[in-house]
Design a protein around this ligand. Structure first.
Ligand SMILES: Cc1cc2nc3c(=O)[nH]c(=O)nc-3n(C[C@H](O)[C@H](O)[C@H](O)COP(=O)(O)O)c2cc1C
Length: 287
């Protein structure tokens, strides 16, 4: 089984379901292997993100390895999300990820199993899926999951085979209309305006973003590109969390992509130490 941990804005709300009942569209940072770690989640929460997912965690590795736990389980509290959306070959061949969308009974059993392990009935258990070519199968999967007590469902509006094809927001709308629990829309949302448009197109209760937040962690706060203040915040938060250099640097490359020239990237992207990065930021941006 693979899944992600879901965190709310620290100390503000007791559990994620309160967010979905607040009447506002819930703004969500997607699970991202190698990227959506605690330091980054702390950053995006500072910029109007309501709910964050850890990178996916392979349950067997988590149980077996203290290193895996230390690396991935940097969280405070909250919910569990079952990953039924990862289309990578390794996950599919192990029976994990997106192949679960073809096994509604197994999803139901896993949700039940997680629920049975936890006394608190308000603890959230959610799933993240991709869609089928035949949408009736997706609606059936979602309805079965709802009947088992899933708290909400995130829909990445692409099939397992699709990579860069346009997202099927019309399919997310049909799923939303067929369900009573909250539905979160995901796929190709890059700005706050996109988030508003997708909310109007689908009626979804929440909007989940992955690459858009890597490129601009302040996008949910309405910024069109990463503000310098956000870069400064990332430096402060990352250093405070003891973020490994590669992770620290990669995030900066992503978030500075739109605000640096080709020439600047050539220099910045090959820097190889925290002190070199800090000197560069200070010299060029006064950060
Ligand atoms: C770097 C990266 C890592 C990802 N890791 C995960 C993951 O751990 N679990 C998961 O369910 N999806 C993962 N995804 C998929 C995203 O959560 C999301 O569904 C997908 O990127 C579409 O959203 P977007 O268009 O906003 O990027 C990852 C995506 C990216 C770009």
């Amino acid at each position: 089984m693979i899944g992600d941990i879901v965190e709310t804005k620290q100390c503000q709300l007791k559990d994620p379901m309160d967010l979905f009942h607040s009447g506002q569209v819930v703004k969500i940072c997607a699970p991202m292997v190698r990227y959506s770690k605690l330091a980054f989640r702390t950053l995006v929460r500072k910029y109007s993100c309501d709910l964050c997912y850890t990178p996916m965690i392979v349950a067997a590795d988590f149980v077996r390895s203290a290193k895996a736990r230390d690396s991935e389980f940097t969280t405070n509290k909250d919910g569990i999300d079952l990953n039924c959306g990862c289309p990578q070959r390794w996950a599919m061949s192990e029976g994990y990820g997106a192949c679960l969308i073809n096994k509604p009974e197994l999803v139901r059993d896993m949700v039940r199993h997680v629920r049975n392990q936890i006394d608190n009935p308000r603890f959230s258990v959610s799933i993240k899926i991709r869609i089928h070519e035949d949408l009736k199968r997706t609606v059936d999967l979602c309805q079965k999951a709802e009947a088992t007590g899933v708290s909400w469902i995130t829909v990445h509006g692409r099939s397992v085979e699709e990579r860069h094809q346009p997202v099927h927001y019309d399919a997310i709308k049909i799923i939303k209309q067929s369900m009573s629990i909250p539905i979160v829309a995901n796929g190709d949302i890059k700005t706050l305006k996109d988030a508003e448009n997708v909310h109007h197109l689908t009626g979804a209760d929440g909007i989940m973003v992955a690459r858009g937040l890597l490129a601009n962690p302040a996008m949910f706060a309405g910024y069109e590109e990463t503000p310098l203040k956000c870069i400064q915040d990332w430096v402060d938060i990352a250093l405070e969390h003891g973020t490994p250099f590669t992770c620290f640097h990669h995030h900066l490359m992503y978030m500075m992509e739109r605000i640096t020239s080709k020439q600047e990237k050539k220099v910045f992207n090959v820097l190889s130490s925290t002190s070199a990065v800090l000197d560069y930021l200070n010299d060029h941006y006064g950060v």
